[in-house]
Design a protein around this ligand. Structure first.
Ligand code: SME
Length: 162
């Protein structure tokens, strides 16, 4: 197991995500625990990419309510309703949301005023059910693109394992 979280900021994005997934699978080998996986993935992605806030909101009432789970960064809000903010949009639509400028997103929920852009991906469990959303916040405008979406979605497939 690696002793430090690898810094992948300088790598081309596709390679960065490949290495993050490789690290996550190595650290989580033999682990069958969603919370441990959320904590590990938050840590690797947050420090690897140098983000502002990185973490999970879990579905606590299907179709209705998300509650904060493992994360890295400053204090996150505790609960988000489906349909509210970027996280709520990802939960309600089951689609990854890429927001290049959070100030241009109607209803964006500000947890940290330094946040400039955001990516939120749905997290599916072994039966295809929505179990959480994974929220990445950057202090740079337009930090996330299609390559990030593919990388995040590939990493999150860990949670679909039976
Ligand atoms: N910005 C998010 C809320 C969560 S925090 O940024 C940690 C949103 O609009 O859903």
């Amino acid at each position: 197991m690696a002793e430090v979280t690898p810094d992948v900021k300088a790598l081309p994005k596709a390679e960065a995500w490949r290495q993050l997934a490789q690290q996550a699978h190595a650290v989580l080998e033999g682990v069958d625990d969603q919370v441990s996986a959320m904590a590990t993935i938050s840590c690797l992605v947050h420090h690897g990419l140098g983000l502002l806030w990185t973490g999970f909101y879990r579905v606590v009432t299907p179709g209705t309510l998300l509650r904060v789970g493992p994360y890295q960064g400053t204090l996150g809000c505790l609960e988000i309703a489906f349909g509210r903010g970027v996280c709520g949009a990802a939960a309600a639509t089951l689609k990854t949301q890429i927001v290049p400028d959070v100030n241009a997103f109607p209803g964006h929920i500000t947890c940290d005023g330094r946040s400039a852009s955001e990516l939120v991906a749905p997290v599916f469990g072994p039966h295809g059910e929505l179990i959480a959303v994974f929220d990445l916040d950057s202090d740079r405008l337009g930090a996330f693109d299609e390559v990030d979406r593919q990388g995040v979605e590939a990493l999150l497939r860990w949670f679909t394992r039976p």
